[in-house]
Design a protein around this ligand. Sequence first.
Ligand SMILES: Nc1ncnc2c1ncn2[C@@H]1O[C@H](COP(=O)(O)OP(=O)(O)OP(=O)(O)O)[C@@H](O)[C@H]1O
Length: 265
Amino acid sequence: MQRPPENDAAQAAVEVRGLRKQFGDKTAVAGIDLTIPRGSFYGLVGPNGAGKTTSLSMITGLLRPDAGTVTVAGYDVWQDPYEAKHRIGILPDGLRLFERLSARELLRYTGRLRELPAADTEARAEALLDVLGLAEAADKLVVDYSTGMRKKIGLAAALLHNPPVLFLDEPFESVDPVSAETIREVLRQYTASGSTVVFSSHVMELVSALCSHVAVMAGGRVVSAGTLDEVRAGRSLNDRFMELVGSRADKAKGGSLAWLGSSSG
Ligand SMILES: Nc1ncnc2c1ncn2[C@@H]1O[C@H](COP(=O)(O)OP(=O)(O)OP(=O)(O)O)[C@@H](O)[C@H]1O
């Protein structure tokens, strides 16, 4: 396969065309297109069940699409998986870790899988453990980690080989505010150097504060995508999101929950 021009600044970090996935008679992803520019901080937002995780799984080579193509740094994820996956870091939803390894051992193992020289793995692992506040727990088994600590060691493992594109599914879920700010700062530095972050989130304030670009998904489709300002169209991202996906608050105002609260018993 011909090597794509990796130094071509015009080349998108990720190109998705006609991506589709069906589970039985449920269309989870209905043929989406996305162009994710290099160096962007790209937020993928949408209500529960919109198809974000299914899309990210297909884009990163974890779930085979029914149709469509994905390229990362010019390499087709499904035709040329070795080259494409070499350029991907991923923190998936419901991350599975080797529970009986310590954080330090897990990073050593990741370094071997990523074919890094041992000295680079050691130096990078120490730096990541330190910055992410895991240095003191580095020799504890992962099974004893809290949910937030698991996210952080998962992030360290995703960053270890310094991939040009990083995919994160709900990276801030269960992470305390201090750690969240550290993660944001790590990711800001990473994108400032020309690398690309794609992450899914339900937290509009976070997406507004961090992202240069946003795609809004609903019902397996991309209903709006572009720069943050293009998608917001002069409003807050939250208001625009409600408009695009349809607020359900009116349902709650209806009479069907009149029994809820003010219990007399
Ligand atoms: N393995 C599966 N088998 C059957 N249906 C699935 C499967 N995975 C996802 N779905 C369905 O596909 C749709 C999209 O799910 P997905 O997890 O991609 O949404 P999401 O946007 O990530 O949601 P959330 O914000 O709740 O995590 C949902 O209706 C879900 O029930």
